[in-house]
Design a protein around this ligand. Structure first.
Ligand code: BJ8
Length: 425
């Protein structure tokens, strides 16, 4: 294995802290993923990506930069990857799934901030993220109040920050705002890259991103089978990798995985025995390396067969038309596509519940686990009505509010076990 320390040093990482982080994530990966039974062969690609997530992939980014391409980092599925690709940029999702440098984070953010926002700051302040240090531009978005205000503070540490304003209501006025903001973002990218947004390149980028999402949709649909051909943990990992990897290479790897899973389904093979309690997760995104709740659910005897989440099907279920006749029309089609995302920051947000119910029925799931991060107002507020509606529609639902610490793992496990008993009763 190559020694990447000189590369990390050149990016200004705190090498000791970074080594410690890699070791702890590597150990968690070993315990959570590599110990699973009956994993598909196709997961080897994703294991490799994770093993090189701070190595080879960062080298690829730096090589791309040396060739004049720009690296754009983002935190939300509302940031249109298509515009970045169309201007020959490299799009990367930035890590927000683990607690790092909390002592430094607590000096700049209130304690009652969600773990995801704290994590974004922890990776930056702790100097442990080679992605953020490779970025030519970091893109934020005005979604929840926490993020909105946090980006004001983040600008102190990341001057190359562009914030996209987002509507809160899916109205015509809201659509107009998003259109204006996507055009402003495109102009920012043009300025950064020195290139002009062209229709041909934009359509090609839309085709590339659609292909990636279509491959992920195919993977999601294969999870309808009983026994499930892939664990929820592995499916989540694939979603997490989708934010880092080269999109064309990633699509090829997911397609190969799906070919294998189709054969498994035809042969009646699964990762676990059939008739295991089947669950859908609905709620906050689970960004890399947040595996806490799925690990508890699957080690307690369940199998996760769907995620109504931005690291999951909320960000992949909609494709964009590929037939725009002008740059303006293609951007308007992107706006229509993105505005369908059922993020809890929108008011009202009824289609989120509808979709959670839809995938629960399609996947023949026995229940839904609603997952909110503590101090996440949008998802914690929606948790009550979502759980209530699911129960009313005869879908058992469990509400879990947690964070990235390990302190409540025992308590969550006890509640999950009681829920699984209820499903069996
Ligand atoms: S489109 S879900 S990725 S905003 S957990 S920071 S909401 S307080 S992450 Fe999200 Fe985009 Fe919406 Fe998806 Fe705020 Fe809640 Fe924290 Fe959150």
């Amino acid at each position: 294995m190559s020694d990447y320390h000189p590369m990390w040093k050149s990016l200004g990482l705190d090498l000791a802290a970074h080594d410690a982080m890699l070791q702890s994530v590597g150990q968690a990966y070993q315990e959570t993923f590599l110990s699973q039974p009956n994993r598909p062969e196709g997961m080897k690609y994703f294991d490799f990506v994770i093993s090189e997530v701070h190595g080879l992939r960062i080298k690829e980014l730096l090589d791309a930069k040396a060739q004049g391409r720009k690296v754009i980092g983002s935190y939300c599925t509302f940031v249109p990857e298509e515009l970045i690709l169309a201007l020959d940029g490299v799009s990367v999702g930035l890590c927000t799934g683990g607690d790092f440098a909390l002592d430094l984070v607590d000096q700049v953010l209130p304690r009652n901030t969600c773990s995801l926002i704290k994590s974004a700051f922890g990776f930056k302040l702790g100097k442990v993220c080679p992605y953020i240090e490779s970025c030519d531009l970091v893109v934020g978005e005005n979604t929840c109040d926490g993020k909105k205000k946090a980006y004001e503070i983040m600008r102190r540490f990341i001057p190359n920050l562009h914030v996209i304003d987002l509507p809160q209501v899916k109205s015509e006025a809201g659509k107009g705002l998003l259109l204006a903001e996507y055009k402003r973002f495109a102009a920012k990218l043009e300025e950064l890259t020195g290139r002009k947004l062209e229709l041909g390149k934009l359509k090609a980028a839309i085709v590339t991103v659609n292909a990636k999402r279509a491959a992920l949709k195919r993977l999601a649909a294969l999870r309808q089978a009983d026994p499930a051909p892939i664990s929820g943990l592995d499916a989540l990992l694939v979603s997490q990798v989708s934010f880092y990897d080269d999109p064309v290479r990633f699509t090829g790897a997911v397609s190969a995985l799906c070919d294998e899973l189709e054969k498994r389904v035809a042969a009646g093979q699964g990762v676990f025995a059939p008739k295991r309690p089947r669950l859908v997760i609905s709620g906050c995104p689970m960004a890399f390396p947040n595996w806490k709740l799925p690990a508890i659910l699957e080690s307690s005897g369940a199998v996760i067969v769907g995620e109504e989440s931005c690291v999951g099907e909320r960000s992949t279920r909609w494709l964009t038309p590929e037939n725009g006749n002008s740059v303006d029309e293609a951007i308007a089609q992107l706006v229509d596509r993105y505005l369908q995302i059922e993020c809890a920051v929108f008011t009202p947000n009824p289609t989120r519940i509808e979709y959670a119910e839809q995938i629960t029925r399609e996947r023949k799931a026995d229940g839904v686990v609603h997952y909110s991060l503590q101090f996440c107002q949008p998802y914690q507020m929606e948790a009550g009505p979502v759980v209530e509606q699911l129960e009313k529609d005869s879908i058992p639902a469990l509400r879990i509010d947690t964070d990235y610490s390990r302190e409540d793992e025992g308590q969550i496990r006890t509640r999950v076990e009681a829920f699984l008993e209820r499903l069996h009763a």
